[in-house]
Design a protein around this ligand. Sequence first.
Ligand SMILES: NC(=O)C1=CN([C@@H]2O[C@H](COP(=O)(O)OP(=O)(O)OC[C@H]3O[C@@H](n4cnc5c(N)ncnc54)[C@H](OP(=O)(O)O)[C@@H]3O)[C@@H](O)[C@H]2O)C=CC1
Ligand SMILES: N[C@@H](CC=O)C(=O)O
Length: 431
Amino acid sequence: MGKKEVNIGLIGFGTVGTGVVRLVHAYQEDLYKQTGVSIHIERILIKDPLKERPLSVQHGLLTTDPSTLLNDPNIDIVIEVMGGIEPAKTYIQKALEKGKHVVTANKDLMALYGDELLQLAARCGCDLYYEASVAGGIPILKTITDGFSSDRITKMIGIVNGTTNYILTKMMREAVSFEEALKEAQRLGYAEQDPTSDVDGLDAARKMAILASLGFHTGINVDDVSCKGIGGITVEDLNFAKQLGYTMKLVGIAKRDEWGIEVSVEPTLVKDTHPLAAVNDVFNAVYVYGEAVGETMFYGPGAGELPTATAVLSDLVSVVKNIQLGVTGKHMPLSYSEKVLKGKETIYAKFFLRLIVQDECGVLAKIAEWMAEEEISLEKVFQKPYIGDQSQAELILVTHFASKKSIEHVLDLLKQSDFIKEVKSCYRVEG
Ligand SMILES: NC(=O)C1=CN([C@@H]2O[C@H](COP(=O)(O)OP(=O)(O)OC[C@H]3O[C@@H](n4cnc5c(N)ncnc54)[C@H](OP(=O)(O)O)[C@@H]3O)[C@@H](O)[C@H]2O)C=CC1
Ligand SMILES: N[C@@H](CC=O)C(=O)O
C-alpha cells in the first residue's frame, strides 16, 4: 500500500478526454476515499495546439509531443482516448513497454488488436482495461467477465451504437431527415471522427466482436461479424414496420448453440413489446441470456462525454486498486473455447420483406410456393395498392423462422421473376 499519488498521462482531449478531466476533478475526494491515493493528471497529449477547448486546463499541461508523456517516469497510467488504429496502437505499446498501465476507450483497436495488446500487457506486468469501448456508460464488460463468470452465456442482443439509435429515433418520432439527425449526433459528440463507421454498422460490429469474445471465451474478429448498416433504411420502411407493430433498430446479435457461434449487426425489426424497442435516443442496451440465470438486460447511455468518461474512470479506479494491492498484470486467460462459426444454413430468424408486385391473381400463391420449397411459412401478409402504379401492389410479408440461406435463395428467385417489380427491403425480425 505504498503510493500516495498516481499520475495520469491522458492521450486525447476531445469529447471523452474532456469528460475524464472534468470527472477526475469533480470526484477527487471520492476517488481518494476509494483508492487511498490522489489521482493527478500530469500531461495531456493533443494534436492541434490552436484549437479552442471547452475546458481550460493548467498552463503547460497540454503537449503535442508524445515522448514527453510516454517517456515520463512519473506517469503511472496512460488513458488513451484519441481513437483510431495508429498512432494509438504504437502509443499504447510504448506505454506498456515502459511499465505504464493503460485504460482505453478504443474499440477499433481492441476489436482488431485486443489479443496482441493484452498479451503484451501481461508480459509487461501491466493492466490494460477497456470498459468504455462497448456501450459507453453501461459497465457491460465487467458484467460479462465478472458477473457472468458463474454462468454460461448463450445469447447477447444489443443496441450498441448510440449514434444510429439516435438517428433512427429522430427519424421515427420527429420525421427528421437522416442527414439532419446525423449532424445533431455529431454536434453532441456521439459520432466517431468518421461517422460512416457508425452508419455502416462497423462500430457496432467491433463492439459485438468484443462482447462475443468475452461472453463466449473465444477470439471473435470483426471479420467474423456479418455487418449491415442503416444507410438503406427509408421512412416508408419505418412506417410499415410501425403499422405491423415493430420498431426498427440497429441490432447486434451474438448467439451460440450446438452448431456454433453467429455474430451479426443489422437493421432489425423489433416487436414493440420487446424491451429493446423502448431503447431510444443515444441509449444502448444489452440483453444477455445465461443458461442458469435466464434473461437479464443492461441499459444506459451509449455515448457522450460524461457517460463514457465514467466507464474510463471506473477502469482507472480498478487499475489504481490493483497497484495498491500489488496485483497488476495478473489476469486469468479469458479465451479458452474453440471458435466454431455457424454457416447460413444454421442461422435462423424471422424476416420482413417489402415487395412491389404485379397486382394479379396467383402472385401471392407463387411466392408462398417458392417459400414452401425452402420450408419457409408466412406469419403475416399485408397488401395495399402501390401509389406509383395502379396495376401494382405493395406486399409486406413476415415469415416464421427460416434459415438465412433459404431466405437468400427465395430473394434471388423474387428478384429474377417478372411479376415482382422490386424487392424494396428485407429485414431480420427479433422478438
Ligand atoms: N464520443 C463518444 O461518445 C465515445 C467515444 N469512444 C471512443 O473514445 C475515443 C475518443 O473519442 P472522442 O473523444 O469522441 O474523440 P474526439 O475526436 O472528440 O477527440 C479525439 C482527441 O484525440 C486527439 N488526437 C487525435 N489524433 C491525435 C494524434 N495523432 N496525436 C495526438 N492527439 C490526437 C484530438 O486532438 P485535438 O483536440 O487537438 O484535435 C482530440 O483531443 C475513440 O476511440 C472513440 O471511439 C468510446 C465510447 C463513446
Ligand atoms: N460512436 C459511438 C460512440 C460510442 O462508442 C456510438 O455512437 O455509439
